[in-house]
Design a protein around this ligand. Structure first.
Ligand SMILES: [Zn+2]
Length: 474
């Protein structure tokens, strides 16, 4: 650039002005717009700083999420997206209430930091007080005899480690996902778990849980990691005395309320070709401003779609899906699939793992369309992204693509610090590193640009059945 600009300046002095005015400047190539995104994209930052500042936490099914939808739709319109719409759906809505207290009452009386898990029942007013039964793992809880927890509060520990690929979420997550249901089925009157997280702040990590059909919900909370470790030390020092806990929380189910998906498009030159679908989610937990989860994801996909258009209208339409109510059970993903299942999607990609650097590219067409897989891999190598051999499964909001058995890509982000922030008040804008955010936008721009320019099937490399051959290379 530094050598080109003086050269252009010299030409403009030598050539008469009217000639230049009639010659539109050539559009930058896809590679150039991706490189420009790496150097200085501002659109993604504008989105994530805007939604966290002007909306903040956006619990699914609530008025706050509705403000988030309206904000996102207005942003898409203001930034040139076409066919921007909010597609409403109804969902079962749980709200956290305003009381969340845990206090060890013996033998070492003191308060612990606790928050309810999504779908937790309330305690009776004034709380419950019971002996705590300590389980190191979910399997230990599973092995407890039926009825053995009657009148007790279960506590489940586990050791979640930070990992670049976030894989320990699959290891530790069941304590939250199924631990409360197992404890309830064995008669427990409540459960607290060590937060599913990797930080050591006194912020509990909330998140969804569920109870099996026929098992009544019980009060279920997460302790902050330092408080959970303190509770475990109490067991070691209790010398056989019971450890007792008083737990009081007032979350509740409020029945069906409205949520919605926000959609918008960059129009393609061939409307007959199935679109490229880019997904993220709008909602966050009530306690989390949702910068990493998932304001950043919506910011990345929207900025990438806009960047692709800078190199000219893409062949295929690029559609963004900013889903509602992901956190509380993929309500938006299911509603989108139900409403649009008859409209083929060319390929789906989701950004929902923070804003740190993308380090690996995976697809589910490495064997069925190896030429395209290789072309994408070599195009993103300059951003430090390796070619993976895992089969991409797509993000949570891509149910429609899975339901259609379509093409999927996973652009794997560095998740080393993701679970320090996940579902906590620490999920704030200052945690986003703009240099890494821009790397995300650059990689997405490059990948989406390639996909949106493909005239043949992403999954197979063959002709697209829905598109007449004459249209394909228009
Ligand atoms: Zn998320």
């Amino acid at each position: 650039m530094n050598r080109i600009i003086p050269a252009l300046a010299a030409i403009s002095l030598a050539v008469p002005a009217p000639v230049l005015a009639n010659t539109p400047p050539p559009l930058p190539t896809l590679e150039q717009v991706a490189d420009q995104a790496l150097a200085g994209d501002e659109r993604a930052w504008d989105f994530v700083s805007g939604i966290t500042t002007e909306v903040g936490p956006r619990q699914a099914g609530t008025e706050a999420e509705a403000r988030g939808r309206a904000w996102a739709a207005a942003w898409l319109k203001a930034n040139g997206f076409r066919n921007v719409a909010i597609e409403p759906f109804m969902m079962d809505t749980w709200v956290p209430g305003d009381i969340a207290r845990a206090r060890v009452t013996g033998p070492f009386a003191q308060d612990l930091e606790v928050l309810p898990l999504g779908n937790s029942a309330a305690t009776p007013a004034g709380g419950i007080e019971a002996e705590v039964v300590f389980f190191r793992t979910v399997d230990d809880l599973r092995a407890a005899p039926d009825g053995s927890l009657k009148g007790k509060i279960a506590y489940v520990s586990h050791q979640m480690r930070p990992a670049q690929d976030g894989s320990h979420y699959g290891f530790a997550g069941p304590a939250r996902w199924v631990g409360p249901g197992i404890a309830a089925s064995k008669g427990a009157s409540g459960i607290v778990i060590k937060s599913i997280g990797t930080d050591h702040h006194r912020n509990p990590h909330t998140g969804g849980t569920s109870f099996p059909a026929g098992v009544a919900a019980i009060p279920a909370g997460a302790l902050s990691l330092p408080d959970a470790e303190n509770l475990e030390r109490m067991f070691a020092r209790a010398q056989g005395r019971p450890v007792t806990l008083k737990l009081e929380m007032n979350p509740r189910q409020i029945g069906q309320t409205e949520s919605g998906n926000v959609v918008g498009e960059i129009a393609g030159r061939n409307p007959v070709l199935p679109p490229v679908l880019l997904a993220c989610h709008i909602d966050s937990w009530w306690n989390a401003p949702g910068a990493f989860d998932d304001g950043a994801g919506c910011a990345i996909i929207a900025a990438a779609a806009m960047n692709v258009a800078k190199s000219g209208a893409p062949l295929r339409t690029i559609r963004v899906l900013m889903a509602g109510a992901e956190e509380t059970g993929l309500w938006g993903s299911k509603a989108y699939s139900a409403a649009h299942i008859g409209e083929p999607i060319a390929v789906g990609l989701e950004s929902d793992f923070g804003a740190d650097r993308i380090w690996r590219f995976d697809s589910n067409f490495r064997e069925s369309n190896p030429a395209l897989h290789k072309r994408i891999a070599s195009a993103v190598a300059r951003f430090g992204v390796s070619a993976g051999s895992d089969v991409a499964t797509g993000g949570a909001d891509l149910n429609i693509v899975r339901d259609q058995k379509g093409a999927l890509i996973d652009l794997q982000q560095d998740g080393t610090r993701y679970f320090d922030l996940h579902h906590t008040p620490d999920d704030t804008l200052d945690k986003i590193d703009i240099v890494q955010l821009r790397q995300n936008v650059a990689v997405w721009t490059q990948v989406v640009g390639i996909l949106a320019g493909e005239s043949t099937s992403i999954l197979t490399g063959g002709p697209v059945p829905s598109a007449p051959a004459i249209m394909q290379d228009r």
